[in-house]
Design a binder for this molecule. Sequence first.
Ligand SMILES: NC(=O)c1ccc[n+]([C@@H]2O[C@H](COP(=O)([O-])OP(=O)(O)OC[C@H]3O[C@@H](n4cnc5c(N)ncnc54)[C@H](OP(=O)(O)O)[C@@H]3O)[C@@H](O)[C@H]2O)c1
Length: 288
Amino acid sequence: MATHLHVSQGAPSHDFEGTPSLEIGQHDLLIVGPGVLGRLVAQTWRQEYPGCQVFGQTLTTDHHGELIEIGISPSLNWTRGKHKFPYIIFCAPPYQSSDYHGDIRLAALSWNGEGSFLFTSSSAPYDCNDNGSCDEDTPVVPIGRSRRTDILLNAENIVLEYGGSVVRLAGLYKEDKGAHAYWLEKGIVECRPDHILNLIHYEDAASLSVAVLKKQFRRHIFLGCDNHPLSRQEIIDLVNQSGKFSKKFEKFTGTDDPLGKRLNNSRTRQEVGWEPKYSSFAYFLETL
Ligand SMILES: NC(=O)c1ccc[n+]([C@@H]2O[C@H](COP(=O)([O-])OP(=O)(O)OC[C@H]3O[C@@H](n4cnc5c(N)ncnc54)[C@H](OP(=O)(O)O)[C@@H]3O)[C@@H](O)[C@H]2O)c1
């Protein structure tokens, strides 16, 4: 058994190469991109494996103080150091790094191949834009059609190549973050109101990710959503009717932008043995 650092009272910060004497335990977790989702994953992971070490790799040192306070050992360079990790989750968004695919490859090379390597992708690559039904078997957009989906699909392929797994997430939200919060902030949004969106609460995305990590899948693609697709208009109507938000939304003004899809992840639920806590956006609003 490895000797663990004491991270529960706040984690130490590490510079390049980390601490030479650091020993990695069999349930230790590296989170590349410990943002909103990654921090929830850390919290859930620690409940599952009390005393384990959780490491976080970021792009800047801006949030290292916050990460240390919640027991995550931060570094800019864990995946460039000499340590290998049994569990790695890559949950950094694609738009902040100059070499996203290179970052993913370095993360894959830092996996010791024992526990799990998981990449949080998006449901955007499913090739459906007529508000039709869509599940894990729906074909993806062909490479070359869209830059956004190319980035995600190429990222997924790197992960699968190294034996890792992928969870494609629907729109993430919590009370103050997600589509509804963005629309409330804007007031008027140039998108069509009848576009169907799919959602998953941040806490549920974290519990699904942890469940997948724990089961040590290899080269699987999962889908994370709440199975309650809603149109933009339905979402904002629920928000307005809830009376839980002080800001007022005015209108969607789009008419000819693409429609969405209706996601169903029954297969993922069955394979992983997972159900969301927030079964729908309407239920989430009731809990506020
Ligand atoms: N938002 C959605 O609706 C949605 C939908 C589907 C999938 N997803 C995916 O869900 C995941 C989690 O999203 P989130 O909202 O939790 O993200 P977030 O809060 O925006 O995460 C930001 C964190 O990632 C770090 N970071 C960014 N790029 C990095 C890189 N290349 N290497 C290392 N760290 C990096 C940032 O570092 P600093 O501390 O230096 O800023 C910060 O800690 C992402 O993979 C995202 O693509 C999101």
